[in-house]
Design a protein around this ligand. Structure first.
Ligand code: SAM
Length: 195
């Protein structure tokens, strides 16, 4: 199973308009990242989980867990992906607790630190950063999870937390790339290795 965590530092935790995804705390960045994580040309990957940590107002932090093998009626365009996130946020705000808003989509109150802590013991946590080890030299373990920032990146406090937990750092190249591009490169590397 491939796993990704996207720390979306401004993403709204309230209802939002599908006509203004950038205005919803850069929901467009999130949707493009989900697209890169889940889709190949002829359909959905069957082996990928993605966690989106929504840290924007008014109700931070919510985590949405998406499982590519279970989601239904998703298509790769940003607006469609955003519509499923909107449903999840609205259902959470109505029901609270741990809510399965649709098959393969679970939303709950959980912040980044709590999410990382829940995975730390059984999963190889990997932080994506240009200063890390070249992905081409990197050894992935059986269970791994790749952590990325959004357009703003990972703040210093979070970097310190990741360092404290000895989270490994890998780079996908010499430039600072879009989150969605980084995910596409990781998926490509894993595909080439047959992981
Ligand atoms: C658009 S970038 C963030 C830009 C932000 N201004 C910064 O400097 O951190 C989004 C995320 O992609 C990842 N990233 C970008 N370039 C990378 C690279 N060359 N190698 C590994 N990860 C990278 C990082 O996790 C980053 O937080």
């Amino acid at each position: 199973m491939r796993e990704f965590i996207l720390k979306a530092s401004l993403a709204t935790t309230a209802n939002f308009s599908l006509n203004d995804l950038p205005g919803a705390g850069r929901m467009d960045v999130i949707c493009r990242s989900i697209n890169s994580a889940f889709w190949i040309s002829d359909g959905l990957r069957k082996n990928t989980k993605m966690y989106i940590v929504l840290e924007g107002k008014p109700n931070p932090s919510l985590t949405i867990e998406l499982d590519s093998s279970k989601i239904k009626r998703f298509s790769p365009d940003e607006r469609n992906i955003a519509s499923h996130i909107k449903i999840a946020i609205n259902k959470f705000n109505e029901l609270r607790g741990i809510v399965e808003s649709e098959p393969g989509v679970i939303i709950m109150e959980r912040n980044f630190k709590e999410l990382i802590s829940s995975k730390h013991e059984n999963t190889q946590l990997i932080y994506l950063d240009p200063s890390g080890v070249d992905i081409r030299e990197f050894r992935f373990k059986e269970n791994f999870c790749c952590i990325l920032g959004d357009h703003i990146g990972i703040d210093e406090k979070t970097k310190n937390l990741l360092d404290k937990l000895s989270v490994e750092k890998i780079s996908v190249g010499p430039n600072v790339y879009l989150s969605s591009t980084v995910i596409a490169v990781i998926n490509n590397e894993l595909d080439r290795r047959g992981i």
